[in-house]
Design a protein around this ligand. Structure first.
Ligand code: PGA
Length: 247
């Protein structure tokens, strides 16, 4: 039985003080331990949020990292910097990073491998644009993104990877994929993992849905057979996130 995982992607929002206020308000309202809960603030808020979640079952993730160990990479953050602080998860290849910061399937693969090497759990994002959906290539595209992300990842490590299916047209638009659309693609992702490794690995990997998840639609989405929780943007900046976790 896969444990559900709900992660909040705070994107470029909140000062350290505001981040602590938010996480403190969530702590009192999250009333389940049946779900893995992750919050992903900006790098500059990590320390404060890590302090604030001590003693709770809220884990902390970063929104990105670089695939080198250290060196002349101005502005980048290494995996060791994250693990040394107590960060457990890292979002990799979010569509906004692919779109605005030139991330590719290949850099996503390098980062995924590097995160695993450092025992960070990668939340790898895949998903199609509206044009790609209209061209009927969603499944092919998401299969390809998944395959390249997992290239050279061994079977045992693959089981711990979280894959977030996020249709780009549903992110921040208020337009959620239907339960059936989300389920279809999440199942295709699981199937491709089973093809690369085996059914046991496909069954183990957790596949989230992301894109305008809110307190009203979370329950139905998370109850689909192949959807193991959500990656939540806008609604994770509010107390509503606790209701999504408690779905
Ligand atoms: P959204 O963002 O929930 O605001 O649509 C989701 C995401 O980008 O992870």
């Amino acid at each position: 039985m896969r444990k559900k995982i709900v992660a909040g992607n705070w994107k470029m929002n909140k000062t350290p003080k505001q981040a602590v206020e938010l996480v403190n308000s969530l702590k009192d309202k999250i009333n389940t331990s049946a779900v893995d809960v992750v919050v992903c603030p900006t790098f500059v808020c990590l320390q404060a949020v890590l302090e604030a979640v001590k003693g709770t079952n809220i884990a902390v993730g970063a929104q990105n990292m670089y695939f080198e160990e250290n060196g002349a990479y101005t502005g980048e953050i290494s995996p060791e910097m994250l693990t040394s602080m107590g960060v457990k998860y890292v979002i990799i290849g979010h569509s906004e990073r692919r779109q605005y910061f030139a991330e590719t399937n290949e850099t996503v693969n390098k980062k995924t491998l590097k995160a695993i090497e450092h025992k960070l759990i990668p939340i790898v994002c895949v998903g199609e644009s509206l044009a790609e959906r209209e061209q009927g290539i969603t499944i092919d595209l998401v299969r390809l993104q998944t395959k390249i992300a997992l290239k050279d990842v061994n079977k045992e490590d693959a089981k711990n990877v979280v894959i977030a299916y996020e249709p780009i047209w549903a992110i921040g638009t208020g337009k959620t994929a239907t339960n059936e659309q989300a389920e279809e693609v999440c199942k295709a992702i699981r199937d491709v993992v089973s093809e690369i490794y085996d059914v046991e690995t496909g069954d183990a990997v957790r596949v989230q849905y992301g894109g305008s998840v809110n307190a009203g639609n979370a329950n139905a989405l998370f109850n689909m057979g192949n959807i193991d929780g959500g990656l939540v943007g806008g609604a994770s900046l509010k107390e509503e996130f606790a209701s999504i976790v408690n779905y």
